[in-house]
Ligand binder design. Sequence first.
Ligand code: SAH
Ligand code: SF4
Length: 423
Amino acid sequence: MNVRDSEAVEALMRAAGHEKAASEKEAELVIINSCTVRQKAEEKAVGKAGNMIAAKKLTGLMGCAVKRMGADVFKRLPKLDFAVGPRAFGLIPRIVAEGRFPRLELGEDVVPEGMDAHVEGGWQAFVTVLLGCDNRCSYCIVPDVRGHEYSRPAKEVVAEVAALAGRGVREVCLLGQSVLRYGVRNPAWDDGAPGEAFPRLLRAIAGIDGIERIRFTSAHPKGCTDELIDVFRDCPKVCRHIHLPVQSGSDRILAAMGRRYTREEYLAAVARLRALDPEFAVTTDVIVGYPGETEADFEATRSLMEEAGFDNSFVFKYSPRPGTRSAALPDDVPTAEKERRDQVLLADQEARGLARNARLVGTVREVMVEGPSKRNAARWSGRDGGNRIVVWDVRDGVPRPAPGTKAMLRITDAHAQILVGEP
Ligand code: SAH
Ligand code: SF4
């Protein structure tokens, strides 16, 4: 979501007559987009802003950490020029033009101006469809900083994607913190037609010429309805990959987190997707070391991850965030133990990823070409519908496939994070 917001700011700044500097060193103005989901992320953003100020750049900080710190941001960075919250980024071109520093705009719970601004070029685009979050998981600061949930009108989203398609975009990724809640808090469609809002949105976007792949993130088991599964069945453009953060495999911890599903309900959602397609890619987020997480809770997470057969997973060490419900609980899992649990899950995932990928050797994958690999220009790279990276050698004399086009690759070898193929 921050990558998308940064892109919108880039587009707005270009429209206001600015140019993108060739390097950080040459830049006169540096804008840092911050995350505050964990303490470390916030420190990294503040540290980077401090470096830019020391390098005498005009420096702005945007995003979630600004909203969390409020006016205190200037206590931590006294010489910061401006700071804007995550729903106020549309003000940046005006703030820069007016030049009255220091300036703080935390923004209100509104739709940001410039929400639909995109940088020209490229075949992939992110499109924000749902702003904010109303879930209030116990550990999470996102609802405090990104505000209440708001579903953008479906007509606007469809028009935005059609405009992107007209400019050569072939793959879109629809974004929302809990994107399957699209249309739940406020209606997204105004035509009164039946059907769940998000599956309808996917179908409408699948009808746009030029768009070849549709992805979305993040999902929640409650949104994995029959209608959603029907869309995966009926629309080949909708990629068979779901990012379905589980956070824990222990019912006790899931209840404490306020996640609104049990281990069994979560696994049932995964089973329904895999019943449609055994190769359906399922990825997840997990938190280790939540307050009170015992060895037994942790082992429950391990076994759930194995049962779900995750194709990939992102593991986070619990970080108490001010103002969240869990911040009132003792952060009682020692740092070294969080680290150990993190390492165990990473090692499990490495072995599981390898085993899952090995099953694909001999199959033919349809890959969207991304371009030459950074390390070896004779080796090309792309992703299959499951978001798996596929690399292959391009022989001399054979035309190089263009980024954003599709290629068919037979898989010859598998690693935990990469498939190797041949045309
Ligand atoms: N909206 C997404 C998650 C956004 S935050 C969802 O609910 O699916 C991305 C990930 O950061 C979360 O899935 C969670 O695993 C992690 N995270 C959030 N708050 C955290 C905290 N306080 N400590 C550690 N990890 C956290
Ligand atoms: Fe945070 Fe939960 Fe909302 Fe995700 S769904 S952003 S974890 S509160």
